[in-house]
Design a binder for this molecule. Sequence first.
Ligand code: ATP
Ligand code: MG
Length: 340
Amino acid sequence: TPTNAAKQTITVIRGDGIGPEIMDAALYVLDAMDVGLQYEEADAGMVALEKHGELLPAATMDSIRRNRIALKSPLTTPVGEGFSSINVELRKRFDLYANVRPAKSFPNTKSRFPEDVDLITVRENTEGAYIGEGQMTSEDGQIATLTQKVTRKGSERIVRYAFDLARSTGRKKVTVVHKANILKSTSGLFLKVAREVAAQYPEIECNEMIVDNTCMQLVMRPEQFDIIVTTNLFGDIISDLCAGLVGGLGLAPGANIGADAAIFEAVHGSAPDIAGKGIANPCALLLAVGQMLDHLGKPADATRLRAAIVATLEAKDALTPDLGGQGNTMSFAKAIASRV
Ligand code: ATP
Ligand code: MG
């Protein structure tokens, strides 16, 4: 039909554990927003293993390749099923080089910084210490080694991503986090390339900070940060630190972005302990929807969604138990949907 032809299709992966519950909630809100998206469901994780005999079926890969955008619930990777993590496998196969993790203080959430934090960590996702190459433990088990790899190309595209993100979202400052004083080759190359890229964005303030100092500064004065860009290992640690600053995983979204595909998700896992009870907090996935709308060039809709989430938290309207509320996943989603 003509209406559908005008709609953009995204791949939807309902996932495992609480995944289907929070996805229902997220799509309920997205439908209420009426932003012209339609969904193509694809299986991955335990559900896919049971239905199709594999964790990451070819049809799912094709769907993501075709639509280029996926909204994904948490997936469980059973031990001994081919790869160590489906999420890592997806990042590898689609070369999703940028892991983008916003951390923002929200009202009525347990946080040490109730209003000061509004930052985004941009983590390089394909190289650095996590390439898995050169990992060796000597035969006697006394010496372990690991190869790190940083490339000009990898550094350039992640730093460029961070500055473009600053431009497109109206943010003012990018902090390049490194350890070039000690890791002179790898972190040194990253910093050198970052300076070159920063020079091409004169309207955006750029500063450099050593990773250990960054951790201290984040805990003492998080309001000084806007966008942080860094290599894989530092980014992994810092992005979780930042999630902790604003009250933990229940409100932490993440995006994995490559040149040909982007996958948006909640940072938390499948939470089997509360699966099926209808009480999971859908906020992290909804905030990932906000990131997706920004990425799709719909910033006004992303802002509208985030404002509805904030207003619902402020009103303490039908919040889930993890936020101290008496509501459930769907009541929370409906309260948000009524404000979009
Ligand atoms: P996985 O094996 O998939 O990582 P997990 O149990 O480790 O699953 P986490 O997300 O790491 O899942 O959950 C850690 C704790 O936080 C659990 O007690 C879980 O119930 C809780 N939790 C995680 N996500 C949510 C959510 N969206 N709403 C409420 N509680 C959550
Ligand atoms: Mg976990």
